[in-house]
Write a protein that binds this ligand. Structure first.
Ligand code: NDP
Length: 320
């Protein structure tokens, strides 16, 4: 039986990855900053709360990371922990940099120091690319991040690449484009839209206030993306991969699909507030996930319409 440690298990991806690894017969340990206090509602929603063992681990603290690795001796470590909101990173840049960049470095250094044959996955981000216009970014596209979050993710990416080259660690970064699910909290714009549309459909008179709805992104379905993470660690040849659908839509398209699914005209229910515009933003994000398709045999099955409708359905039924 293989053992996996998932740092950030309480989050969206950590919960779906746990479910996937359990179905593959893994023993799953999940790290949270305070496992005693965290409620792990996402694991509960997926019906797997009692199937994983949770541990307190703070990836910003080297001692805590090393101790956990030496105790659990995992075959695979997935680093999904850290401040994950681009918007919040403008307000908490230091916390963002420390949790993402120093956190990843602590994990790499602890793996190296422990001498254990651990395979390591790092949660990279398309935010590293910055504004590439209509160019579809792939693994060779240079990074030019436009947020504290993107800068931190870029630093973590190069730390992983350096440890792989310098110490021959089996360490990969998945450069993931946006992926959504019913487990997304409402501070992320997709769930904010879904939640408001559903409440309005059920009788609420609220107005949905949004920032720039002309941004364009590649949105996928989170449960499919965790499969790509696992596949990366099963490869003999260690490498980094862009994970995305390969299709880009404007946020206004996502809004339209969501409101149409509850039989409403979105234009009657939203208000644009420039206060919500980010200091610097990425106008368009385009992805070329060909390498993942060719080498991992992975490709996205769900497109933006599927994602929007599945999220609406889950919110309306309050199921996952
Ligand atoms: P979530 O925010 O849902 O989960 C991240 C987890 O990290 C939280 O549950 C929390 O666990 C922990 N965490 C939060 N803040 C901090 C902090 N300041 N220091 C240390 N730990 C912290 O993220 P997702 O599941 O959506 O994403 C997983 C990873 O993938 C993240 O690194 C994210 O940046 C990255 N990513 C996500 C994308 C997406 O579209 N979802 C796209 C590209 C990359 P706890 O409170 O239990 O400690």
């Amino acid at each position: 039986m293989k053992t996996a440690l998932i740092c950030g298990i309480s989050g969206q991806d950590g919960s779906y990855l746990s479910k996937l690894l359990l179905t593959k017969g893994y023993q799953v340990f999940g790290g949270s900053r305070d496992a005693q206090m965290t409620s792990f509602t996402n694991l509960a929603r997926l019906g797997i709360r009692n199937d994983v063992q949770t541990v307190s681990i703070n990836i910003n603290d080297f001692r805590s990371v090393l101790q956990t690795l030496l105790k659990i001796k995992p075959d695979e470590v997935y680093n999904l922990a850290g401040q994950s909101s681009v918007g919040l990173s403008f307000e908490q840049p230091v916390e963002t940099l420390e949790s993402i960049s120093v956190g990843t470095l602590n994990l790499l250094e602890a793996i190296r120091f422990s001498n254990l044959p651990i395979k390591f996955y790092n949660a990279g981000s398309s935010e590293c690319f910055g504004d590439v216009g209509s160019l579809a970014a792939d693994e060779n596209t240079p990074f030019r991040p436009r947020s504290p979050y993107g800068v931190a993710k870029a630093a973590a990416f190069w730390q992983v690449a350096n440890y792989r080259e310098a110490y021959q660690l089996h360490a990969s970064t998945g450069i993931l484009f946006n992926h959504e699910s019913p487990l997304r909290p409402e501070r992320f714009v997709t769930q904010k839209i879904v939640a408001a549309a559903c409440r309005i459909a059920k009788g609420s008179y609220e107005v949905l206030t949004l920032g720039n709805i002309d941004i364009a992104r590649d949105w996928g379905w989170a449960p499919e993306y965790v499969e790509a993470m696992w596949l990366m660690l099963q490869q003999k040849q260690v490498d980094d991969y862009v994970i995305a659908t390969g299709q880009t839509y404007k946020l206004r398209d996502f809004i339209r699909i969501v409101f149409e699914s509850v039989e409403l005209d979105w234009q009657n229910h939203i208000r644009i507030d420039p206060v919500l515009f980010r200091p610097t933003d990425i106008a368009e994000g385009h992805a070329n996930p060909t390498k993942a398709h060719k080498q991992l045999g992975w490709s996205a099955s769900s497109n933006v319409s599927d994602v929007a409708r599945l999220m609406v359905k889950a919110y309306m039924n309050q199921t996952v």
